[in-house]
Design a protein around this ligand. Sequence first.
Ligand SMILES: CCCC(=O)SCCNC(=O)CCNC(=O)[C@H](O)C(C)(C)COP(=O)(O)OP(=O)(O)OC[C@H]1O[C@@H](n2cnc3c(N)ncnc32)[C@H](O)[C@@H]1OP(=O)(O)O
Length: 319
Amino acid sequence: MEIATCSRMVLCALRQQVLRCSSHCRTWARLLQRQRSSCVYSSIHGFNQDEIREKLQAFHGGSIDLLKQDSGIAVLTINNPSRMNAFSGSMMIDLEERVSQLENWPEGKGLIVQGAAETFCSGSDLNAVRAISNQQDGMKMCMFMQNALTRLLRLPLISVALVEGRALGGGAELTTACDFRLMEAGSVIQFVHKHMGLVPGWGGAARLVHLVGSQNALKLLGGAVKVDPELGVNIGLVDGVLEGHQKTEGAAPLLQQAENWLSRYTKGPAPVIQAVKKVVLSGRELPLSEALRTEKDIFGMVWGAPANLEALASKSKHK
Ligand SMILES: CCCC(=O)SCCNC(=O)CCNC(=O)[C@H](O)C(C)(C)COP(=O)(O)OP(=O)(O)OC[C@H]1O[C@@H](n2cnc3c(N)ncnc32)[C@H](O)[C@@H]1OP(=O)(O)O
């Protein structure tokens, strides 16, 4: 082949590669933009993030701890044991910051949300609740937490709430902001809001209806029903029951059991696992036509990408 022809071909291939890269970049930018706009409330809804952050900061105690592991599975721990892991104001801010860190984790594939010291979370800290019991502050806190939990659910990671002990009130709502829920034998999820003269405000009711249907949601909220693992599995709220390691001899630690459970869904390259979550998320949240267009965009990002080319080269059989 002539040198001129050969270099023309190389140039052509390079140009195609550049076009392909810039198209990928545009797709990424569009998806990232969508991800950033995954907040429900912004200034157009009269929401002032800085103002409510300042207010929440005054109610301190506890922390939300994030451990990113080499396996691509992170562990988020609600840590306020002296108050049964109730959410102080500063923990709400922590949560939002941890979610931001997870949004920017290219190697991430999975997330386990757990409580410290053998219980999940007893909802919002009643001391903070009393201090901001006026209408305006309550609305601001509600919008802040809806934003944070919506972003948590929309992370491009497959997430699971590991419920040990009790998940009450806002704690029960938090479990619905994960893709899956695992319960330890003997644990309880309870939307106690009615007993507090409330309804869920962190987005828990809307998500619950999606998870278990409106009939079951009405029963759980209207009756403030204690959901044990058996009931949880029966109504489709709970995806697996773990052996209590302290009660069952030889059982692995709960976190280990949860990691094993999750790892069957997170096995594989991060871009592929993230793409899986994104297509399901768009199917779950968007009208069909928009979901289909988003699926096309995400498909375009994995098609011809390294994992796809490797799989094609290996001539794998799916037996
Ligand atoms: C939109 C959000 C709506 C909401 O989340 S509203 C809040 C809903 N949650 C609640 O009402 C939970 C109230 N707490 C309880 O029912 C019980 O404390 C609970 C969790 C069943 C545990 O009972 P016990 O095992 O008997 O332990 P205990 O009552 O002695 O609690 C140990 C210490 O933890 C504290 N605690 C538990 N839940 C809390 C909360 N949400 N806010 C603030 N403090 C809370 C409790 O006051 C106690 O503290 P202390 O030892 O008396 O200083």
